[in-house]
Design a protein around this ligand. Sequence first.
Ligand SMILES: [Zn+2]
Length: 302
Amino acid sequence: MCNPAPPSPFESNELWERLRSHLDGVQPCRVCGSNDLEPWARKQYLEAKRCTVCGMISVNPHLTRAGVDLFYAHYFQFRQETSRLNEQRAIMYQLDRDWIQVFIQGGSVLDVGCSGGFFLNTFPPDRWEREGVEITQDAADFGREQFGIPIRVGDLMELTIEKRFDLVTLRGVIEHVPDPIPYLEKCASLLKPGGLLYITATPAGDAFAFDVYREKWILFTPLEHIHFFTHRLLTEVLHRFGLRPLAHHYPYAETPYAQPETDFRTIREDIARIQQGQGEQITRSVPFPGSMLTAAFKKEDG
Ligand SMILES: [Zn+2]
């Protein structure tokens, strides 16, 4: 078997073994509270389960808080070191900024889980008053020093933020958050009336490729990606907090990851392999339309 991807510390057996003792208990569905859960995909000791009532897919059980902290201790440093991926990410940041700027062209923006401020830094400072929230100190320090962006350090749930924003962004964040519903509620509470919540670069739980590939789906990295929302489920959850859907999109053809000619052929061949009981031959899925979700929600006025 050949694996074209470079070895990642996130997938090292040593890390998996170290984290094994930090496994939490099984939780009810985060969205609807049901305990009627069916197996969906499994990697080592982490299993994603699908709620048979609402369709939400989550890695369950996942790690305890101590396990999550241990996992993220070296996360920023590792992401900085994967430079080829950083070039591709830079293109994605601009695509994501351009998409939301169709709906809002300036004002105050809070990027929650802003890492080193790379995404925030794509918002022009003459039109945007930019702020971030970041849980890891080294990432926040980097963003403040490199880009001069004010970044609050801490867990969003434990921070007191009085200010209200025109735009709150969650880019590649909500799938990592152990308890995402109160987190979304807090994000909604930080918006001005009429403000936008922008959730982007999150793996879509209803992706065709997830159903086909399951544990071999390229976005199924269960140590870091815990929750796989769909646009329907986000709409349902955010309605509870006074938000309504504005627009959504599944970036693919415009991204640096897409190779439509080969991706479509590969998925057709892989489906045939799976149907013939030869799924073990597949290393992991190709990028495919519908896998990554981008969505904007608007807080109702008054
Ligand atoms: Zn459910």
